[in-house]
Design a protein around this ligand. Structure first.
Ligand code: DX5
Ligand code: ZN
Length: 219
């Protein structure tokens, strides 16, 4: 397995200090900057668009991990790629033409990710797993930060890990939602190698100490 990567979700940061927040999490040891884009249709919340990705790209040194919780992502992936996303992840439930959209992301020279809501079966990966670079298993129903982790998603993460191993390809396995220092080890033991964490990191007083604590707990 790859080194475990920690991806703070800026959804829970102080947006009035966005630049400083990005600098602080990078200095604290973040591996990726996770950016949650929501359209008010696919999920019942609206957040930020590609202008923010462009602004963050100017100051960030870590890769930008853009999680699109939007309908018809195929209409927008080129824009997010052009604005500086390094990983563009779309939701399997949000696109009737998954293969085409994933191909678009790859053609733009970016890593292509596919995300699954908690209730979405893994079989949806059957005909796309050969091209994806990242699989994101949601451990909450997407839409908001600060929700409770769904423990039975660990079985789904384990099954996804097996599917990845069968391909023999290098595919990152990301988990997102409700992950804290106290449950991170279980998520890693299930097979995840990228942990998204919003409130746990941004609502802590000392990001460096928090990331150190998380790393210590996952071992
Ligand atoms: C949820 C988002 C998450 C969220 C995670 O829809 O995709 O990235 O910000 O936040 P926490 O870690 O607070 O659950
Ligand atoms: Zn996310």
């Amino acid at each position: 397995m790859n080194k475990i990567q920690i991806a703070p979700s800026i959804l829970s940061c102080n947006f009035l200090e966005l630049g400083k927040e990005i600098e602080d999490i990078e200095q604290a040891g973040a591996d990726l900057v996770h950016i949650d884009v929501m359209d008010g249709h696919f999920v019942p919340n609206i957040t930020i668009g590609s202008l923010f990705v462009e602004a963050i790209k100017r100051i960030a040194s870590k890769p930008l991990d853009v999680h699109l919780m939007i309908e018809n992502p195929g209409e927008f992936v080129n824009d997010f790629a052009a604005k500086g996303a390094d990983i563009v992840t779309i939701h399997a439930e949000a696109d009737n033409h998954l293969l085409r959209t994933l191909d678009l992301i790859k053609s733009a020279g970016k890593k292509a990710g596919i995300s699954l809501n908690p209730s979405t079966p893994l079989s949806i990966l059957d005909h796309v797993i050969h091209i994806v670079d990242l699989i994101l298993i949601m451990t909450v129903n997407p839409g908001f930060g600060g929700q409770a982790y769904i423990p039975f998603m660990e079985k789904k993460i384990k099954d996804t890990r097996k599917l990845i191993e069968k391909t023999g390809r290098k595919i990152l396995l990301e988990a997102d939602g409700g992950i804290k220092a106290d449950n991170a080890k279980k998520v890693v033991q299930a097979g995840a190698d990228v942990l998204v964490m919003g409130t746990e990191i941004f609502h802590s007083k000392d990001y460096k100490a928090k990331i150190r604590e998380i790393r210590k707990k996952i071992g």
